[in-house]
Design a binder for this molecule. Structure first.
Ligand SMILES: *Cc1c(COP(=O)(O)O)cnc(C)c1O
Length: 389
């Protein structure tokens, strides 16, 4: 098989509009945070708001940065605990450690792969300050149950929405729920990309202002604006040891055009997911859960599980797909399996029976808008061949 026959696991969908906008940013003479970053924030806010209330949107250079800023703005620090699903990417938990706080890992729901509200309730202690649900693969978590818990125990909800653009919970877009903050990722393989990037979304003006200050070295824009005159636009004041988390206008140029295409990109992901659901029905597989009728599901990933009757383990399945020229992946290696989290949290596989079982059975098939219908048919044919031998 030649290299060009290989269907990669993921590939960004960058069109001429994105390329033109990036070139315009380059020619404009302004490449760092500037007019395109502000426009991207405004359009992102308008997209989420629809006809409803407009959130504050703070563009950053990764979702990881955005989650760090949200926790920092809430004043989370040493001695505090933050509840994080075991079945996630390390970024969700690492930001808690950046601040010297402790992640409390909890197990997930077997059907949805999402954080289990019952496990969350059991993990809440007087030290708990926040809960960080992850909308796995773009299927919204049970936000009603999590909101009840957060209210009852006076803890914040910080949504890791890296997979959830666009997804809804009870008809409301993720990003517009009454959480303290919601963070989207524009990493290369996410549903829209800026190469690297993220967006912190919140209705809390004070949180947004703190995040804006801390994303750029702790430079206070209040004092900045107060003291700035045309003859002294060099003046600024540092009010905290901030970070370097701002988004560049080159990245925002990509974001502006990707966001404009979001409805079409989402429709394509849905169509590919529907093809997979049809083509893979009746096999010894557990197909990904679908959102209730009328809800949006971002379909960032297409996670399948190999049932025991498939008579092939996950690693051999991925090797068989690779032999047929198809790249697959695994989401996620649960946190408890990584040396750092195992040792820091003092946990073992026995603490997370569901995450452990999901991990052993899970394979993520390629699903991205740059795929053709023929590519999807090829994936389906390969899976059928491998599991029905
Ligand atoms: C991709 C991802 C992140 C990190 O996003 P970055 O923009 O790369 O920082 C965080 N959480 C989850 C669940 C992710 O999949």
């Amino acid at each position: 098989m030649s290299r060009s026959d290989f269907l990669p696991f993921a590939r960004p969908d960058i069109g001429e509009a994105e390329i033109t906008e990036v070139v315009a940013a380059l020619r404009s003479g302004w490449v760092t945070s500037g007019p395109r970053t502000r426009a991207f924030e405004a359009r992102f806010a308008a997209y989420l708001a629809g006809r409803g209330r407009t959130p504050h949107c703070v563009a950053v250079n990764s979702a990881t940065a955005g989650m760090h800023l949200a926790l920092e703005a809430l004043g989370i620090g040493p001695g505090d605990e933050v509840i994080v699903p075991d079945y996630t990417f390390t970024a969700t938990a690492e930001v808690v450690r950046y601040l010297g706080a402790t992640p409390r890992l909890v197990d997930v729901d077997e059907r949805t792969f999402n954080i289990d509200p019952v496990a969350v309730a059991a993990a809440i202690t007087p030290r708990t300050r926040a809960i960080m649900p992850v909308h796995f693969a773009g299927l919204a978590c049970d936000m009603s149950a999590l909101q009840r818990l957060a209210e009852r125990h006076a803890v914040a909800l910080i949504e890791d929405a890296a997979h959830a653009l666009p997804s809804t919970w009870r008809g409301q877009l993720i990003g517009t729920l009454p959480s303290a903050a919601t963070i989207f990722s524009f990493y290369a393989n996410k549903t829209i990309t800026t190469g690297e990037g993220g967006m912190l979304v919140t209705f809390d003006e004070a949180l947004a202002n703190r995040a804006r200050t801390m994303r750029l070295h702790g430079i206070s824009h209040d004092s900045f604006e107060r003291h700035r005159t045309p003859s002294a636009d060099w003046y600024y004041e540092v009010i905290a040891p901030g970070f370097k988390y701002n988004m560049s206008d080159i990245a925002a140029a990509l974001g502006l055009q990707q966001l404009a295409r979001l409805p079409a990109l989402h429709a394509r992901r849905q169509a590919l997911a529907a093809r997979y659901a049809d083509g893979l029905a009746g096999l010894p597989l557990i197909l990904p859960p679908t959102a209730p009728v009328g809800e949006m599901q971002a379909w960032h990933l297409y996670p399948i599980r190999l049932a025991p009757e498939a008579e092939i383990n996950r690693d051999d399945f991925i090797a068989a797909m690779a032999a047929r020229g198809i790249g697959c992946s695994v989401h996620f290696i649960p946190l408890h399996r990584h040396p750092y989290w195992r040792d820091y949290c003092g946990v073992t596989a026995a603490d997370f029976p569901i995450a452990e079982r999901l991990f052993e059975q899970e394979v993520t098939l390629p699903l991205y808008t740059a795929m053709s219908d023929a590519d999807a048919a090829r994936v389906i044919a390969a899976v059928r061949q491998i599991v029905s031998r």
